[in-house]
Design a protein. Structure first.
Length: 144
């Protein structure tokens, strides 16, 4: 008889920002592992190999080392999708969440988020903050 294995997500491991940053790092790692050609050595594989070997990463953008596994990343993704696909969340909530995703998952500064979402930097900062509080209220396991 096979025993069922149940994996429980430990949401206390990171804050909301930490989970989103780790999810972004996981997405980047998954993207870097893939290439256009199966046996070619492209920039994605070179970059990924440099990260795995602990070599110095080129300057110019802050990189976050991925410390979550596939299960945890899937849980974070499911949380984000559930809100973005929900009929109960209004447009402003979803817009604020998109701003937070751009800031933490895509690792973009508030100025860049503001530019991409056609708002001021102060408005983008408010939206990011509101999305954090929404997530905290939406899922009590998440901490700010």
């Amino acid at each position: 008889m096979n025993a069922a294995v149940t994996t429980v997500m430990d949401w206390t491991k990171y804050t909301i920002d930490g989970w989103l940053e780790q999810f972004g790092a996981w997405c980047e790692t998954v993207r870097m592992k893939g290439g256009d050609l199966p046996d070619g050595l492209h920039i994605n594989q070179i970059f990924w190999l440099m990260r795995e070997a602990g070599k110095e990463i080129p300057k110019g953008k802050s990189y976050i080392r991925c410390e979550i596994n596939d299960f945890e990343a899937t849980q974070v993704q499911a949380l984000l999708r559930s809100i973005l696909n929900s009929d109960k969340a209004d447009f402003t909530t979803k817009f604020a969440l998109v701003c937070l995703i751009k800031n933490k998952v895509e690792n973009k500064g508030l100025g860049r988020v503001a530019q991409e979402t056609n708002q001021s930097k102060a408005q983008a900062a408010i939206m990011v903050s509101c999305a954090r509080f929404y997530l905290s209220g939406h899922d009590k396991r998440l901490k700010i």
